[in-house]
Ligand binder design. Structure first.
Ligand code: FES
Length: 363
């Protein structure tokens, strides 16, 4: 039998063992809290993870909820030291259900203590606007990410701004900026009726000097004459347009040569099943092959078999659904991934297989 340790030595050993245990637990806690957790495998992490790690959210206080038009709610979200933004930028709102939706900033960039967004209620939509209208109330904290700007106001000798309905939100800060600078600009603003068109009063005031604003409520004046408005522009004019997809397609089709076109889409290009074909996706690690119908996303087909596969925006904006591609030719329909990321991955909520073939995913 080994000789018993003297009491002081025993106490020292016990203290050292206890300290080691506490240190180990603290280290484990730190690792679990680390933005790198779960640690990527030895291979390069795919950018869906990278995207989530690098996108830091902040919680802002919803201090004011107003209605600038029928069916539209405007939210003022306040917080300290907010990152600056420029006209055209948008914010990701993380809704209480976990859905992430993008809304253009429509307030004043000089107001560094708050972000303002507006959302139209879309009946029969995918639920984001219903949640904004029904579940966000004054006094709540709301998580936001961004701002990001895919639709900046470009330098040009003249500007034509075209907005349809709630598409006015990124355009309004542009109008304010151009009016303040004394620039050469014109706004064509269409909507269902004056009652449903937000910010009309301010916009008409901004354009009062020189007839720079044309308001076209459909119930009074029909569709805006896009061809005439575009034909009136001088060569070198920058055309910025935000609104429903048919409006943006019509502007693109009627654009005269020598003008630049800048579009803000809040549904990813190519999410329309009209231009899609069916194909198959092999989920290599799961040993499954799933058919993807022409009117179905890869995400929907995959989640029917693997319901844990993560997603959020379903529009190719957030990167949550990104998956590694092992084989096959991807038709990328997002505007988020870089070329390097596209070489090895895809956003399965919007992107598809080129030519109706077969994709192999690392799932
Ligand atoms: S779910 Fe957001 S990019 Fe696919």
């Amino acid at each position: 039998m080994p000789p018993a340790l003297p009491l002081p030595r025993l106490r020292t050993v016990a203290v050292a063992a206890g300290a080691a245990l506490l240190a180990k637990r603290a280290l484990r806690r730190r690792i679990r809290k680390s933005p790198l957790w779960p640690l990527p495998a030895l291979e390069e992490p795919i950018s869906g993870r990278t995207q989530r790690r690098s996108t830091t959210g902040r919680r802002l206080l919803l201090t004011e909820r107003t209605s600038p038009a029928e069916g539209v709610v405007q939210l003022r979200l306040e917080g300290p030291d907010l990152p600056a933004w420029e006209p055209g930028a948008h914010l990701d709102l993380v809704l209480p259900s976990g859905l992430v939706r993008q809304y253009s900033l429509c307030g004043d960039p000089a107001d560094t203590g708050a972000y303002t967004v507006a959302a139209r209620l879309v009946e029969g939509g995918r639920g984001g606007s219903r949640e904004v209208h029904g579940a966000l109330h004054e006094g709540m904290e709301v998580e936001v990410r961004g701002p990001r700007n895919r639709f900046p106001l470009t330098d040009a000798p003249a500007h034509l701004l075209i907005a349809g309905g709630i598409g006015i939100t990124p355009v309004l800060p542009m109008v304010r900026r151009l009016a303040a600078e004394g620039a050469d600009w014109h706004l064509l603003y269409g909507g269902w009726s004056r009652a449903t068109m937000p910010f009309l009063e301010e916009i008409e005031k901004l354009g009062a000097d020189g007839g720079r604003v044309t308001v076209v409520p459909r119930d009074e004046a029909g569709h805006p004459d896009l061809a005439a408005a575009l034909a009136d522009t001088a060569e070198g004019t920058a055309v910025h347009c935000c609104g429903p997809r048919p409006l943006m397609d019509a502007v693109a089709a009627a654009l005269p040569p020598g003008r630049t076109l800048h579009l803000e889409r809040f549904s990813a290009a190519g999410t329309d099943p009209a231009d899609a074909e069916p194909f198959e996706v092999e989920l290599r690690r799961s040993g499954l092959t799933v058919p993807v119908a022409a009117d179905q996303s890869v995400l929907a087909a995959v989640r029917a078999e693997l319901p844990h596969v993560p997603y959020s925006c379903e529009q190719g904006f957030c990167g949550t659904c990104q998956q590694r591609v092992l084989a096959g030719e991807v038709e990328h329909r997002d505007e988020l991934l870089t070329d390097a990321e596209r070489a090895q991955a895809m956003l399965i909520c919007v992107s598809r297989c080129r030519g109706g073939g077969r994709l192999v995913l690392d799932l």
